[in-house]
Design a protein around this ligand. Structure first.
Ligand code: SAH
Length: 196
C-alpha cells in the first residue's frame, strides 16, 4: 500500500467516524442540561484534542507538507492500525447507541439522566474512552509520522487523565451508591478481572 493510499484510507476513516458522531450529536442537545463540570477547562481541552487528534492528522492526510517527518513504520503495522480503526468504529457506534441522550462531549448531567450499565457499559465504565485510546493508537500506526502520528495520543492523554477523576466524582455525586457499586463491578478501560 502506498503512502497516498494510507492518506486516503485515513481520511475515509475519519469521515465515517464523524458521520456516526453527527447522528448522535443531535440527540443530547434536545435534553435539558442540569449540571456542567468545569466547562471552560473542558472546552479548552476538547479544542486541544480537536487540533491534535483531528486537524494535524488531517493536514498530514490532505497535504504533503509533513511528509519529511514520516517515520516509515512497516506496512503490516500500518495495516494493523487500519484494522483496529475499522473494528473500533463498530464499537463506537454500539457505545453511542447504548448511551443515547446521556452522551455529551463535555461533562454534563442532563434531565432524566440514566446510569447505563448494559451492553458496552456492562463490564467497562468508560468504553468510549477505551475506543478513543484504540483510535488514537491505531491512528499513530497508520500515519507513521513523528508529529501528526503522536499529536493525537498526546492531546488525548492530557484530556483523559484530567477528565477521568472529575467525571467519576460527578457520577458519584449524582448517582451515589449506585455508581459506587457500579465502580466495583467494572474496570475503567478494560473489564475487571473477577477473582473467585
Ligand atoms: N465516560 C463514558 C462516557 C463519555 S461521554 C465512556 O467513556 O463511555 C461523557 C458523558 O457521559 C458524561 O457527561 C456523563 O454524564 C455521561 N456518562 C458517563 N458514564 C455514564 C453511564 N454509565 N451512564 C450514563 N451516562 C454516563
Amino acid at each position: 500500500m502506498s503512502e497516498m493510499a494510507f492518506k486516503i484510507t485515513f481520511a475515509i476513516l475519519w469521515f465515517i467516524y464523524i458521520l456516526i458522531r453527527v447522528q448522535f450529536d443531535k440527540k443530547y442537545k434536545q435534553v435539558e442540561k442540569i449540571k456542567a463540570v468545569n466547562s471552560t477547562t473542558e472546552r479548552l481541552l476538547i479544542f486541544l484534542l480537536l487540533v491534535g487528534l483531528i486537524l494535524i492528522p488531517l493536514f498530514w492526510s490532505f497535504t504533503p507538507f509533513m511528509d519529511s517527518f514520516n517515520i516509515g513504520l512497516p506496512i503490516w503495522l500500518r495495516l494493523l492500525g487500519v484494522a483496529i480503526s475499522i473494528l473500533s468504529l463498530f464499537y463506537f457506534w454500539w457505545i453511542h447507541k447504548t448511551l443515547g441522550a446521556n452522551w455529551s462531549p463535555t461533562l454534563e448531567i442532563r434531565k432524566g439522566h440514566e446510569l447505563i450499565k448494559i451492553g458496552p457499559y456492562k463490564r467497562i465504565r468508560h468504553p468510549m474512552y477505551t475506543q478513543i485510546w484504540l483510535w488514537a493508537i491505531a491512528q499513530t500506526l497508520i500515519i507513521s509520522n513523528l508529529i501528526a502520528g503522536f499529536s493525537g495520543i498526546a492531546t488525548w492523554a492530557i484530556l483523559y487523565f484530567i477528565r477521568i477523576p472529575k467525571e467519576e466524582k460527578m457520577m458519584v455525586e449524582n448517582f451515589g451508591n449506585e455508581y459506587i457499586k457500579y465502580m466495583k463491578q467494572t474496570g475503567r478501560l478494560l473489564p475487571k478481572i473477577i477473582r473467585l
